[in-house]
Design a binder for this molecule. Sequence first.
Ligand code: NDP
Length: 297
Amino acid sequence: MQAGLIDGRAQAGALRARVTEEVAALVRDRGIQPGLAVVLVGDDAASQIYVRSKGEQTIAAGMHSATHILPGDATLKVLLDLVQTLNADPAIHGILVQLPLPAHLNPNVVIAAVDPDKDVDGLTVINAGRLASGLPTLTPCTPLGCLILLRETLGDLAGYNAVVIGRSVLVGRPVAQLLLAANCTVTIAHSRTRELPAVCRQADILVAAIGRPEMVRGDWIKPGATVIDVGINRAPFRDPVKAAQGRTRVVGDVAFKEASRVASWITPVPGGVGPMTVACLLQNTLTAARRIHGIVE
Ligand code: NDP
């Protein structure tokens, strides 16, 4: 068996196109242009790339984009004042504080300051609680992307056995909540789980959000399963020449080739879950704008 590829780039492109159309309609019919503010503290190179890409995609979708870059030694007060200004700004419907923050800034305090109605990262306790309670919420972007890929691949998810490896607030927990809301039978595995390979072999749907390169092996996969690999890891090249040059490649948490021989469907890394994240951020900004203006979806 050779698994089918779940094409995250194509799905993300389709979602962005849909959001772009809906933004245009919102501007045309109601005079509302959704606005997304991204806050970056410091000059971390990877974060700068993410932030630039988010800004470009926001503008491409017809939304208002505001990027605020604070110096790496900015105080908590300066950052919280900025968040409050954005909370009060009627042109801004979504606020994203790029993580990780420098060590002197407690991310929990900063996230708690974001108006939950503008929390397009879905990280405030209010939005996490709404998700856990099955109430309308702003769902964290990467988990939302996983669910969209699963729905597009499998249709109705009711009754599937789903195993999520990872219980982070950012990925594992919200993915599990979304699968539960979609009527899957959900197991959350983590670093203390016993017999992890055997647990994974029960999964019709396996979501790996671990941060360990290629940890999930082919013989952990139930034949015919659907595998969503959230992991983004750097690993040395197998080619000894490239490895000796210190070059690295991006790999997921799943040993892709092995798993592809057993699964029915699998996301590649890169090109699977990754592209969905920013597309879902745009979707969330549109959703937030509609709700703030009392427009029923
Ligand atoms: P965290 O480090 O916050 O969480 C990792 C989770 O994996 C924890 O719950 C941990 O368990 C579990 N874990 C670690 N080691 C093992 C092990 N040996 N066996 C079983 N479980 C284990 O990571 P994130 O959730 O933030 O991210 C996970 C991965 O997803 C990373 O590779 C990250 O880069 C990627 N990612 C990708 C995104 C995308 O856009 N595609 C977005 C966000 C993240 P415990 O709780 O017990 O410590």
